[in-house]
Design a protein around this ligand. Structure first.
Ligand code: HEC
Ligand code: HEC
Length: 413
C-alpha cells in the first residue's frame, strides 16, 4: 500500500525531469552515429576527384580548357552574333540564367541547368541524351533556338579566330579555304539550305568537319571540367560535428536549418535521390513534375536513351577517343523500366537557393513551391510517379526550405 502511494509521485518527478531535459537539453541537435555517417556522405569533403573522360583526349589539358573558356563566352559562335554558352550559363548565377526557359536565337522550352559539378555526371541534360559534355556541347550549337549555327560555319570560325590554339591541340585543320568543298553553312540542321549543302559534301569532307566540330566540344568540355562546387555553410557544419554527433564551436546552422536537415535525411526521404556530396544520384526519376502549360510534355529519359544510342558523337562513335570497353556508362545503360517515361535527371542541390526557377521547364519559381510539390506528392501526367506525399506541416516546409539555403557556396576566405 505504502509502496504504491510513493510510486506515483516518483513517476511524475521522473516524467517531469525527462520533459525538462528534452526541452533544455543543450545537445538537442545531436545526431546519431548513422546520421553522422549520412551527413558526412553529403559533405564536399568526401567529393572524389573528377573521374577521367577517356572519350576526350584533351579533357584535362589546360590549353584545351583555355580555348574552351574563350569559345564559351564568344558570341560569334551563333547565327545572330549575340549568343554564347554564357548567355544561358552565366558565371554569376552558378552557370544558370534565372529564366524559366533558355533564351538564345529563339526560346527553348527547357530550363538551363547549372554547370557546376556537372562534369561528374555520366549523363548530360534533363533526359540524359548525351554521355559526355563534349557531345552535349554540340547540341546547343546546332539547335535553331539556341546558337542556331551549323558545323561548317563553326569550323570556319575556328580557322579564322583560333587556328593557332586549335592546331596546337588537335593538329591541322582541313582545307577550309576551298568554299566548294566546305560551304560557309552546312550541317544536319533545320535550316534547309545548310542541310542540303551538308548532303552534297563528300563523306570524307563531312568527316573532316565532324572532327573539328567534335574538337570544339572537347575544348568546351575541358573548360566545363574546371567548374567545380565550392564549400557551403552546410559543409562547415558537418566538419564541426564530433564523433558523437555534437557540433563544436560557434553555431553554424540555426535550429530551423537543423530541423530542415533532419527532414531532408529523414521523413522527407530526399536523400533517396539527392545524395552524395553533389546532392544527386545522377539517375533519372519520375517525380510527377508537370510540364510548362501550353507546351508538349517532356517524355524524359525514354527519349534520352534513344537519342544517346543513335548519337554519332557518343563514347562508342568514331569521334570518341575511348576504347570501346572504356564506355561503361553507355554499354551498361539502363534501357528499360518503369522510371524511363517521364524520368528526369536528379539535379544537384548545391547553390539551389540561387538558381531559381526550378525543374526541367522552370515551372516552379520558388523553393517554397518545390517543397509544396514534395509535400503534396504530385500527380504524374506521364508514366509512374515515384513520390509519396509527405504531408509536411507549414513549419516543416519552412524548415526544409531553410535548410536548402545552407547549400550555397561561401566566398572563399
Ligand atoms: C539558349 C540557352 C542555352 C545556350 C545558349 C546553351 N545552353 Fe546549355 N543548357 C540549356 C538548357 C535549356 C539545358 C537543358 C537542356 C535539355 O535538357 O535538353 C542545358 C543543358 C546543358 C548542359 C547539361 C548539364 C547537366 O547537368 O546535365 C550542359 C553541360 C550545357 N548545357 C552546356 C552548354 C554549352 C557548353 C553551351 C555552349 C556551346 C550551352 N550549354 C549553350 C540552355 C542553353
Ligand atoms: C525519387 C527521386 C527524388 C526524391 C525522393 C526527391 N527528389 Fe528532388 N528532384 C528529383 C528530380 C528528378 C528532379 C527534377 C524533376 C523535373 O525537373 O522534372 C528534382 C528536383 C528538385 C529540385 C529543383 C532543383 C532545380 O535545380 O531545378 C529541388 C529543390 C529538389 N528536387 C529538392 C528535393 C527535396 C527537398 C526533396 C525531399 C523532400 C527531394 N527533392 C526529393 C528527384 C527526387
Amino acid at each position: 500500500m505504502h509502496g504504491r502511494k510513493l510510486l506515483l509521485p516518483a513517476a511524475l518527478v521522473l516524467l517531469l525531469s525527462a520533459l525538462v531535459a528534452c526541452t533544455f537539453n543543450p545537445n538537442a541537435s545531436t545526431w546519431s552515429a548513422d546520421e553522422v555517417q549520412t551527413l558526412r556522405s553529403l559533405s564536399l569533403a568526401v567529393l572524389k576527384p573528377l573521374p577521367p573522360d577517356p572519350s576526350n583526349a584533351v579533357a584535362d589539358d589546360p590549353a584545351a580548357a583555355a580555348l574552351g573558356e574563350r569559345i564559351f563566352f564568344d558570341t560569334r559562335f551563333s547565327a545572330n552574333g549575340a549568343v554564347a554558352c554564357a548567355s544561358c550559363h552565366m558565371p554569376e548565377r552558378h552557370f544558370t540564367d534565372g529564366r524559366p526557359f533558355g533564351v538564345g536565337v529563339g526560346v527553348i522550352p527547357l530550363n538551363a541547368m547549372t554547370l557546376v559539378g556537372a562534369a561528374y555526371s555520366p549523363w548530360q541534360t534533363w533526359n540524359g541524351k548525351n554521355d559526355s559534355q563534349w557531345s552535349q556541347a554540340l547540341l546547343p550549337l546546332e539547335n535553331a533556338l539556341e546558337h542556331g549555327g551549323d558545323r561548317t560555319f563553326y569550323a570556319h570560325l575556328i580557322a579564322e579566330h583560333y587556328a593557332g590554339e586549335y592546331t596546337a591541340l588537335f593538329g591541322p585543320l582541313p582545307d577550309l579555304a576551298d568554299a566548294t568543298r566546305f560551304p560557309p553553312h552546312a550541317g544536319p540542321v533545320d535550316a534547309v539550305a545548310a542541310s542540303i549543302a551538308w548532303e552534297t559534301m563528300t563523306p570524307d569532307d563531312r568527316d573532316a568537319v565532324n572532327r573539328v566540330f567534335a574538337n570544339i566540344g572537347k575544348a568546351l568540355a575541358a573548360y566545363e571540367r574546371t567548374l567545380l562546387p565550392k564549400p557551403a555553410r552546410f559543409d562547415r557544419y558537418v566538419a564541426s560535428l564530433d564523433d558523437h554527433g555534437r557540433p563544436q564551436g560557434q553555431p553554424i546552422l540555426n535550429d530551423d536549418e537543423i530541423a530542415g536537415l533532419r527532414i531532408f535525411i529523414g521523413k522527407g526521404r530526399c536523400t533517396n535521390c539527392h545524395n552524395g556530396p553533389r546532392f544527386t544520384n545522377d539517375a533519372f526519376h519520375n517525380t510527377a513534375v508537370p510540364g510548362a502549360p501550353g507546351y508538349p510534355l517532356q517524355r524524359g529519359r525514354i527519349d534520352g536513351v534513344a537519342r544517346v544510342q543513335n548519337d554519332p558523337f557518343n563514347c562508342l562513335g568514331p569521334y570518341s577517343d575511348a576504347a570501346p570497353e572504356a564506355c561503361t556508362a553507355l554499354r551498361f545503360m539502363v534501357t528499360e523500366g518503369d522510371t524511363l517515361l517521364g524520368g528526369m535527371k536528379t539535379p544537384t542541390l548545391r547553390n539551389v537557393a540561387e538558381t531559381a526557377p526550378y525543374m526541367h521547364t522552370g515551372q516552379m519559381a520558388t523553393l517554397a513551391e518545390v517543397v509544396a510539390h514534395y509535400s503534396g506528392g504530385g500527380y504524374a501526367l506521364l508514366g509512374h510517379n515515384e513520390l509519396t506525399p509527405l504531408n509536411l506541416t507549414a513549419q516543416e516546409a519552412a524548415q526544409l526550405e531553410a535548410f536548402l539555403h545552407t547549400l550555397t557556396e561561401e566566398p572563399s576566405p
